[in-house]
Design a protein around this ligand. Structure first.
Ligand code: UT7
Length: 321
């Protein structure tokens, strides 16, 4: 028994913040942002929660899969920016979609690797035979935890949602997943407050992403190179067997480095970071949906999904689409 992606969906909120808009907010330039990150614009959720963004992405994915909401028996929601402390965003999404069949629903928090963690988890549930049809979500409203006066981070992040429907199948779909973490790197990338630590900052609306960008950058490039090797070796594959790289969209220079490691032309790399910046857990399913809907990714293609983020966490999935 395998799990197979039968539908993809995504959603970006309407409001757009361009690099030129940011020039008016902090000491930066369109040229610096483009050259150092590849980002042109990001989308900002206004009066929309994370589960609201996810709802649109989920409906699009269900439609592509030809499934109705109550066919879903498992919802796994990757987010670092949940609507509430509880109920989970997965439960709130379940309510929005009108799923009343008792489907299991829970969140996963692995920051930018969240979607890969969620996909890996859903794959194992389906392979075990316990569940048949999973909705796997990556959605974020990071704009709520961005310090809009910090030019080192505010130019990077945006809001969005992506989703896949994962179904039990006799045909191979998810070929392997690889997830890892190393919790010793807290100080390089974190939000400086939570419920049981610095709660007063959270209450004051001063809980912000803090990042030592250059150090994170170097770790990301090194670690993603290793996960590519691990994934290929586990599947006895060569670099040339990968049709599409679908990377986490944090920085075009990190994506270029991974593509170079795979000796892959950028024509075979799905790049959407220019359009929405770093949407953390949403970025991989957003990129996947974009390339599925514009016809680049075709059934039968072999995809390598990979991500790296806060924790540190990192992971990959090898997928026969
Ligand atoms: O998704 C999870 C993982 N996150 C990431 O993967 C992000 C990883 N990091 C990065 O993408 C990059 O490190 C950044 C884009 C954040 C920064 O690029 P960098 O090439 O590493 O720049 P830097 O931090 O070394 O800074 C270079 C210079 C500094 O000025 P000085 O000290 O050389 O005078 C910064 O103050 O660029 C300056 N700078 C800026 N200048 C204009 C930093 N941010 C900006 C800005 N506009 N927005």
């Amino acid at each position: 028994m395998f799990s197979r992606i039968t539908g993809t969906g995504s959603y970006l909120p309407e409001k757009i913040l361009t690099n030129h808009d940011l020039e008016k907010m902090v000491d930066t330039t369109d040229q610096w942002i483009l050259e150092r990150t590849g980002i042109q614009k990001r989308h900002i959720a206004e009066n929309q929660t994370t589960s609201e963004l996810a709802e649109v992405a989920a409906l699009n994915a269900l439609e592509m899969a030809g499934k109705s909401a109550n066919d879903v028996d498992l919802i796994i929601f990757a987010t670092t920016t949940p609507d509430l402390i509880f109920p989970s965003s997965a439960c709130l999404l379940q309510k929005r979609l009108g799923i009343n069949n008792g489907a299991a629903a829970f969140d996963i928090q692995a920051v930018c690797t969240g979607f890969v963690y969620a996909l890996a988890t859903a794959d194992k549930f389906i392979r075990s035979g316990s569940h048949q049809c999973a909705l796997v979500i990556g959605a974020e409203t990071l704009s709520n935890i961005v310090d809009w006066s910090d030019r080192g981070t505010c130019v990077l992040f945006g809001d969005g949602a992506g989703a896949v429907v994962l179904e039990a199948s006799e045909e191979a779909g998810i070929l392997s997943t690889h997830i890892h973490a190393d919790g010793t790197f807290e100080d390089l990338l974190k939000v400086n407050a939570g419920v049981s630590s610095n709660y007063e900052r959270l209450k004051a609306g001063e809980a912000f992403i803090q990042m030592r960008g250059n150090e994170v950058f170097r770790m990301a490039v090194k670690t993603l190179g290793r996960i590519v090797d691990e994934t290929l070796a586990a599947n006895n594959l060569q670099k040339t067997d990968i049709d599409w790289l679908v990377p986490h969209q944090a920085n075009i220079r990190i994506i270029n480095a991974t593509a170079k490691k795979l000796k892959m032309s950028l024509d075979n790399v799905v790049i959407t970071v220019d359009q929405h910046g770093n949407t953390s857990g949403a970025s991989i399913p957003l990129a996947l949906d974009t390339a599925v809907r514009d016809g680049r990714i075709q059934r039968g293609d072999t995809l390598l999904l990979e991500g790296f983020g806060g924790g540190f966490t990192w992971g990959s999935a090898l997928v026969k689409f």
